[in-house]
Design a protein around this ligand. Sequence first.
Ligand SMILES: O=C([C@H](O)CO)[C@H](O)[C@H](O)COP(=O)(O)O
Length: 429
Amino acid sequence: MATPTLQVALDLLELDRAVEIADEAVRGGADWIEVGTPLIKSEGMQAVRTLRERFPGHEIVADMKIADTGAVEVEMAAKSGAGVVCILADADDTVIVEAVRSARKYGVRLMADLINVGDPVSRSRELAALGVDYINAHVGIDQQMIGRSSLDLLRRLAGEVGTPVAVAGGLDAETASEAVAAGASIVIVGGNIVKAADVTGAARRVREAIDRPEIRPREEESRDAAIRRLFEGVSAPNVTDAMHRKGAMAGIVSICGRVKAVGPAVTVRTVAGDWAKPVEAIDVAGPGDVLVISNDGKTDVAPWGELATHSAKNRGVAGVVIDGAVRDVDDIREMKFPLFATATVPNAGDPKGLGEINTEIVCCGQEVRPGDWIVADESGVVVVPRERAYEIARRAMEVRKNEERIREEIRRGRTLSEVSELLKWEKRH
Ligand SMILES: O=C([C@H](O)CO)[C@H](O)[C@H](O)COP(=O)(O)O
């Protein structure tokens, strides 16, 4: 088997950063350098020219995602220095045929991107017959966030397609190795290399993995376990970033400082400090759940205190969030329990039994339904609708990864404004 090609996808917006990251990735063993679609949209063909000039010994791939005017776009990329140009596999055949003619004329190769193609096997055969050089089994970044897998797509193509097959979509060292074992000859890795603080190390790990392809037995993980693992690895701010700044409760703080709660909500509505339903809800909750209590926003009387906290902790409840006040704060702080509230007050209410458990409530301005996911830390509390929990958990992890590289660049001496090219990206009115 020929040595697989490692293609690093520079999915960035800033050319200077892309050049620096490409240099580090090449040192880690990347063979081909892909000028990613976001970079092309941000910097145009200048990005292709610059990378061609800076890396004379490496193939430059222009991820144009061509959908129309095949000949013109291939010509632009070829004349700027690309050796491989990417076209959408579901572009009309008229576009593909023109792109192939242009590619032959300018001496470049065409890679067709299977993103969103309904019948990848027959489309790949058609593309090969039309003269496309490579087929890319690609699952896009937004599709990855809802759990689609590029390895599944690649496996559907195995043995069915004559042209060399590339694979892209959320690959890391482990999945890249599996991709080669499943027949990929070009492995494309974006985020897991270019967002790493140590780009060279990340590229090297992928390089070593694809040079020794193997299929490792995988442990099955349930959706809920994956959601919990991902949310436990990110912060509440990462989660609101992933939700386009939605979901954060207003005016609520962590009572015990640096603690974190992650879990599906068991909701409680109570009235005027009545602590019967909040305490009964401890028995309704399973280990790992988060109690979310609305006390109608009243803060002169507490529906929660130390004994309830003790009981919740024993039951394995992951945290308690109260739109209202708590008491016995000194004892609760000693327990280091993830408790979030809007106020503290010494008064307790009476256990009258008013209110409801597991109905829709509004807590600190956010609607919370039973089973919605809660992520709470010292920055505050975020509610994630249960239908989108997996997707948001994946996106929040991407936000975190993205910050790793930015943090590293700040550590090396750039300002945040420089790294993110703030002036360039200010909104024009
Ligand atoms: O093509 C890509 C995507 O559509 C954004 O332009 C990526 O380069 C490709 O998905 C590889 O990146 P990762 O999925 O982050 O590995």
